[in-house]
Design a protein around this ligand. Sequence first.
Ligand SMILES: [Zn+2]
Length: 164
Amino acid sequence: MTIEPWREPKPTIAQLRRLVERIKSYARTSRLMGYLSTAILTILMIQLGILVYSYFIPIFWGTPFPPLPEWYYYVMFITFALSMVVYGVAGSINARLNRYIIEYKKIGIVVQLRCEECNRTSERIWEKDDYIFKTEGTCSCGGKQFISQMYLMPLPLKKGQEDL
Ligand SMILES: [Zn+2]
């Protein structure tokens, strides 16, 4: 029986650490963009509300409302354009974050190798047919190494975001 490599080239633990760092920074930026888009949407809604109020209230109730100055429309247009930019940037950041998360789900499992003699440990990415206590290679001290742990590389995210 031959064991096919499940992925070529094999990802390294350094690549996984870089990926986790990238996920961390993108998650932070994504959160920030979320706050920003909420804020800009609120501002836009208020501006729209004033516009609607100024046009419709006088029709039904005849309450005089001073006509909106010309600059008001420019400000509204700028807010709208800005919200489009914010949504575009937020969308591309979230798309990248999702791609990184998918990659993380593929390679996020880490295997810890431990030396029987000196207890020195090293890590590598999980491979097909790995199992606990499987012996693999020799340590620099000459002792035999075995797989002592398998775990998911932790994502440094805030609580409630672990299920990303
Ligand atoms: Zn050793």
